[in-house]
Ligand binder design. Structure first.
Ligand code: FEO
Length: 171
């Protein structure tokens, strides 16, 4: 059975994951309108993955005797300066998500809720992979600079790439 405190923290995390999904959906749509079809495909997939992260939390809260709250969401940013701007925003967002997750993990230890602590480890690993991937993509974009050919190849490479690291699986 979840304590009220842990239930509230997990519900706050539901909102964070839902907001991530919306934010990446807006980025995907921007990319699609710019003709960056690979980037758009990558971000649409990333948005779907964030929705799965949210769903995994919703189901866990309900299974553990709590009540998952499906949140209202704010309008995400819809205009971006460049593809680099997108991935910088994405990394900034993910580092904030990591802090939120660490906060939940910390609370689980304080509350001695080892079941939720164990459940949250999946998110801890996921954050390491997502931040690393975002940093790699930003490094590549910095190398490419204003080279249009490089950008074309970058976008093409993203077409088949998933935000979910290999072997991590889906919730
Ligand atoms: Fe749900 Fe981007 O971590």
């Amino acid at each position: 059975m979840l304590s009220k405190k842990i239930e509230a923290a997990l519900n706050a995390q539901v909102q964070v994951e839902a907001m991530s999904s919306q934010a990446y959906l807006a980025m995907a749509s921007w990319g699609e309108n710019q003709g960056l079809s690979g980037t758009a495909a990558f971000l649409y997939k990333h948005s779907d993955e964030e929705r799965l992260h949210m769903l995994k939390l919703v189901k866990f809260i309900n299974e553990r005797g709590g009540k998952a709250v499906i949140p209202a969401l704010k309008q995400p940013s819809t205009s971006f300066k460049s593809i680099t701007d997108i991935f910088k925003s994405l990394l900034f967002h993910e580092t904030k998500v990591t802090q939120e997750i660490n906060g939940v993990v910390d609370m689980c230890l304080k509350e001695k809720d080892y079941t939720t602590h164990n459940f949250m480890q999946w998110y801890v690993s996921e954050q390491i992979e997502e931040e690393a991937l975002a940093r790699t993509l930003i490094d590549k974009l910095n190398l490419i600079g204003n080279d249009k050919g490089g950008l074309y190849l970058f976008d093409r490479d993203l077409q088949g790439m998933s935000a979910a690291p290999a072997g991590m699986g889906h919730p």
